[in-house]
Design a protein around this ligand. Structure first.
Ligand code: COA
Length: 254
């Protein structure tokens, strides 16, 4: 797939988001390609870890807003839901190299990766509310658990962007690296799984996630229901149109 490049080298399956002209915004076809790549990596015994990465300066600007407007995702069979489940169900370690901006699902997917390395140029943001939406991918559950309510409220209710070092401090990321080194560093960390017994790695990942798994699925279902109806709300329509008309949204009428 043109906008999702995959390659397996030295035991690491790389999933590279490559749509720089749209800041790596994720379309339905891209979610589907990433879901397929995760499933293929899981099934390939030669793969010991997965690496998800973006382009210089941008990891991903999140869901394609035109898709949100024209083809809002519906139900558990939508490509985005399939991608979310594939990442959640991936039994192998998933390493993220956050090469730059990470908006919306660009940040919330990190909560489901195992090792996260962030460029010193990265800006992370979850501006769901500014879009008339609500948090997704169990971020409304996981973020308050990581950083407490008030810090999560800055990120989820005000949509305040934050840096890679804030992400490290919050427990979302492992380390901040210079922009030119983040992918290589993440790759080296992913390659370390080549020297480890894969069964023990898999069992450890499952044990570490066991406590939250059911609650994560429950949160995703609850969020998904509200998110779906919010996508069709006048608030969201105003936010999406304002983005494409390159103007400030006007929420004063709601
Ligand atoms: N969906 C669709 N198109 C997007 C997009 C998205 N999520 N993010 C960026 N684009 C497009 C822009 O419309 C623009 O297209 P154009 O060149 O045809 O006008 C192009 O990508 C470049 O984006 P631009 O906003 O000019 O880049 P920037 O460097 O000034 O800002 C971002 C980068 C990521 C901060 C900004 O694009 C942004 O905020 N995007 C929306 C993020 C978002 O709300 N995502 C959804 C979260 S749920």
């Amino acid at each position: 797939m043109e906008h999702i490049r995959t390659a397996t080298l030295n035991g690491v399956a790389t999933i590279e988001i490559a749509r720089p002209e749209k800041k790596n915004a994720l379309t339905m076809a891209m979610y589907q390609a990433m879901a397929d790549a995760l499933a293929a990596a899981g099934a390939d015994p030669a793969v010991r870890a997965v690496l998800i990465t973006g382009q210089p300066g941008i990891f991903t600007s999140g869901n394609d807003l035109e898709d949100f407007m024209q083809r809002p995702p519906q139900g558990s069979d939508s490509p985005v839901a399939r991608f979310m489940r594939a990442l959640l169900d991936c039994e192998k370690p998933v390493v993220a190299a956050v090469t730059g901006g990470a908006v919306g699902i660009g940040t919330t997917m990190l909560l489901h990766c195992d090792l996260v390395y962030v460029s010193d140029e990265a800006r992370l943001a979850m501006p769901f509310v500014s879009l008339g939406l609500v948090p997704e991918y169990a971020s409304s559950l996981l973020l308050p658990r990581l950083m407490g309510h008030v810090k999560s409220a800055e990120k989820l209710m005000l949509g305040e962007p934050f840096s890679g070092s804030d992400a490290v401090e919050a427990g979302i990321a492992n380390a901040v690296l210079p922009a030119g080194e983040v992918v290589n560093h993440a790759r080296r960390m992913a390659e370390r799984f080549n020297g480890l017994p894969p069964g023990a790695v898999r069992d450890t990942k499952r044990l570490m996630r066991a406590d939250t798994r059911e609650r994560v699925l429950q949160a995703m279902a609850t969020e998904g229901e509200i998110f779906g109806s919010r996508l069709r709300s006048p608030e969201a329509m105003e936010a999406f149109q304002a983005f494409f008309q390159k103007r400030k949204p006007d929420f004063s009428k709601f």
